[in-house]
Design a protein around this ligand. Structure first.
Ligand SMILES: NC(=O)c1ccc[n+]([C@@H]2O[C@H](COP(=O)([O-])OP(=O)(O)OC[C@H]3O[C@@H](n4cnc5c(N)ncnc54)[C@H](OP(=O)(O)O)[C@@H]3O)[C@@H](O)[C@H]2O)c1
Length: 250
């Protein structure tokens, strides 16, 4: 099958290790199901992989791609949930120390076919194309969990999203606005601030700007560059939800 691979890693020149070529179809573990992909989305994770983040010696070449949608062997249209838990793990999957994302230990979705645990195949939501659904699993599910499981916010709450141009942040803005939250964003880029407003943000600020009032919750994925502002912008008793630290740990 044709696939996009990381054949080498290079922090300074990540695309040097990217190759598109035929690879053998992987042998699936028991209980896994095949999906013939119609669409796969890029995630910054793919670039981190090509830079060598999380790649163990002897693992290359590996098939990239965490997210996708397609058709399973029963003809069902499905999206592929990217989190693979340890064999036998029965608890909350984010707590599994042995969990991985597709492409980390098993071939990913930037290919004609992917294998995933059968429980990871989710019927395509009505009204979504395969292209739209292929964007949902990792970034949008992360954003969903941050907003609706972890933040304590409710419709009408003011939620600050740091680094509005990011993949997770884009999903936070769209989902938060759809749920009736007042979403404020920061971004270094005027064009990305405009884009966030078009996606439903109520206001957009430069990084570090003094806000009109303190917010109920902050969505943090940037880390060191925005952490101090996040804490300063929060009302007493508010919540900071952290899913990563792109600019370094605070
Ligand atoms: N993508 C996922 O599916 C996913 C899932 C779970 C966790 N995470 C974690 O979430 C974090 C973000 O992931 P992502 O894929 O959304 O990343 P991304 O698309 O690369 O976006 C990162 C954003 O961070 C902001 N940023 C980066 N460096 C900055 C700096 N020095 N100063 C200020 N802002 C800076 C930028 O916002 P502006 O350009 O708008 O300022 C940028 O758009 C990562 O730590 C990742 O591990 C990601």
């Amino acid at each position: 099958m044709l696939a996009a691979l990381a054949t080498a890693v290079d922090d300074a020149d990540p695309l040097a290790g990217l190759a598109v070529r035929d690879v053998p179809v992987p042998a699936p573990p028991p209980g896994w199901a095949r999906v013939r992909l119609r669409a796969a989305s890029l995630n910054h994770h793919d670039l981190w992989t090509l830079r060598g983040v999380g790649v163990r010696p002897g693992q290359l070449p590996l098939v990239l791609g965490t997210d996708g949608a397609g058709v399973d062997d029963d003809g069902r249209e499905v999206l592929v949930h990217a989190v693979v838990t340890s064999p036998g793990w029965a608890g909350e999957e984010t707590q599994d120390p042995g969990r991985s994302l597709l492409s980390e230990r098993h071939p990913g979705t930037l290919a004609e076919e992917v294998w995933a645990p059968a429980r990871n195949l989710v019927p395509l939501p009505e009204g979504l194309s395969a292209v739209e659904a292929a964007c949902l699993p990792t970034a949008w599910l992360t954003a969903y969990r941050m907003l609706f499981t972890r933040s304590g916010a409710a419709p009408g709450s003011t939620v600050l999203v740091q680094g509005a141009g990011g993949g997770v942040s884009t999903a936070l803005v769209a989902l938060g606005a759809a749920a009736g939250y007042r979403v404020w964003v920061t971004s270094r880029s005027p064009a990305k601030r405009e884009r966030a407003l078009a996606l439903g943000a109520a206001a957009a600020f430069e990084p570090g700007a003094r806000l009109p009032e303190r917010v109920d919750a902050v969505m943090e994925s940037v880390g060191e560059a925005t952490w101090e502002h996040s804490v300063r912008s929060l009302r007493p008793g508010g919540t900071v939800v952290v899913c990563g630290a792109t600019s370094g740990e605070a």
